[in-house]
Design a protein around this ligand. Structure first.
Ligand SMILES: *Cc1c(COP(=O)(O)O)cnc(C)c1O
Length: 424
């Protein structure tokens, strides 16, 4: 990408950006009465303006109809989640039968692990990345305990000595090495700390070649990078709705179960009435008959207010289109990378900044993780004092993620200016 460090250049990129106007559909927090420069859509996405409207509509209908709202509300609550399915399926490259939005990420991971982590005899191990997001570490370790296995059954793959990101070839060779001892591969599709995007297609193929199941945590991938979950053939995936997908704090989250498992009634699962066959659900008879596909893993009836917020955001994704979002993301993050490298070069003597996220756009999403040698926390605090919202991860990483739906190139320009001030 041609790079010019002027504000005019950033503004001209914004003028040429076909997604520029989507910014108007979000509410920006303020700092000293000015809009903040928001770079934490990877942590909590901004509020779509329509979220309030849709939530208020459901509150009105609840007031107006009471329990009858399950059928009489403008979007009947009984089937509310179905309003989200098709749009969410498109975002992750899946068929509608493979996706449902409900519960939250860690809950969904456990439900899917119950079905897809089935250790038998020698085949008892899970392969995951070292330093996975803590919730995933706890979930996997507790599943291992639940099956009466040992800590050694959780195999972690790390970057090589002196390196920051995990080499894909090391993951593949570990899978081959574990062979018939491997029950499950479960990795974060985009690593929350380094921003590294893994080649999920190759990892899935390698896992399946040794007879293991393969699942991904897509918390940092869904709504961020192009996904083709159906074609890649993984067994399952789960993500959260409140990061790139703006579903509201702790909001509803989606998951994926590959179509080939849609009618498999032999899979063990923790069942609930909302996963039971829709025709006979209210006959309240004993015996669980799962709905074919991902819906069969639902436990409880739809949390409508949370889903209303997710609906507002998914409609924006639907209009913008994942392919355009992804194209802008490549440019925007590439531009931000140039801005940061430029600041770093000019200020070498004061603070050296290392971007640990891969520089290849195919190996990352929006997020850049900056390793600050020296004074990381001070720089982060100085940025915050200037209304620049980034995210600090111990011991010395600042994560910056421009979200293509609401961040401008100009925001990245100002990030560079304030970063330089903060360092100095
Ligand atoms: C954000 C995140 C979580 C959070 O889990 P919740 O159940 O939504 O609280 C879990 N795993 C990863 C990888 C994450 O990035």
């Amino acid at each position: 990408m041609f790079f010019d460090s002027s504000l005019e250049f950033a503004k001209s990129l914004d003028q040429q950006d076909p997604l520029n106007s989507f910014r108007e559909e979000f509410i920006f927090p303020t700092f000293h009465e000015k809009e903040v420069r928001y770079f934490t859509g990877n942590s909590l996405g901004l509020q779509p303006k329509n979220a309030k409207k849709y939530i208020l509509e459901e509150l009105d209908d609840w007031g107006k109809y009471g329990v009858e709202g399950h059928f009489l509300s403008r979007r009947p609550w009984y089937s509310y989640h179905e309003n989200l399915t098709k749009m969410m399926a498109k975002i992750v490259g899946a068929k509608p039968i493979e996706v449902v939005v409900t519960h939250s990420l860690t809950t969904n991971l456990h439900l899917l692990l119950v079905s897809f982590f089935q250790p038998k005899g020698r085949r008892s191990k899970i392969l995951c990345e070292a330093k996975a997001f803590p919730s995933d570490q706890y979930a996997l370790a507790s599943q291992i305990n639940f099956h009466g296995l040992n800590a050694e059954d959780l195999v972690e793959i790390s970057p090589r000595e002196g390196e920051n990101i995990i080499r894909e070839e090391d993951i593949i060779s570990k899978i081959i090495e574990l062979g018939d001892q491997l029950a499950l591969v479960m990795i974060g599709g985009v690593n929350y700390y380094t921003g590294q995007l893994f080649d999920m297609k190759s990892i899935t193929a390698a896992g399946h070649s040794v007879g293991a199941k393969v699942g991904f945590d897509l918390a940092h991938a869904a709504g961020n990078v192009m996904l083709s979950l159906h074609d890649w053939g993984l067994d399952f995936a789960a993500w959260c709705g409140y990061k790139y997908l703006n579903s509201s704090p702790g909001g509803v989250s989606g998951f994926f179960v590959h179509e080939r498992h849609a009618n498999d009634k032999t899979l063990p699962r923790f069942a609930g009435w909302w996963g039971h066959d829709k025709e006979s659900r209210f006959q309240m008879t004993p015996g669980f008959h799962p709905i074919p596909g991902a819906e069969g893993w639902q436990l409880s009836n739809a949390p409508v207010l949370g889903m209303a917020a997710q609906l507002a955001s998914l409609e924006i994704f639907e209009r913008a289109g994942m392919d355009r979002i992804s194209q802008k993301r490549t440019l925007l993050t590439g531009y931000l990378e140039n801005v940061i490298l430029n600041v770093s070069k000019k200020n070498q003597a004061l603070c050296s900044i290392e971007i640990i996220t891969p520089s290849d756009p195919k190996r990352r999403g929006s997020q850049l993780s900056l390793l600050l040698h020296g004074k990381g926390k001070e720089v982060h605090d100085e940025l915050t004092n200037r209304g620049v919202i980034t995210d600090w991860r111990e011991p010395n990483v600042i994560r910056v993620a421009p979200a293509p739906l609401y961040n401008r190139f100009e925001d990245c320009y100002w990030f560079g200016k304030y970063l330089e001030e903060a360092i100095q």
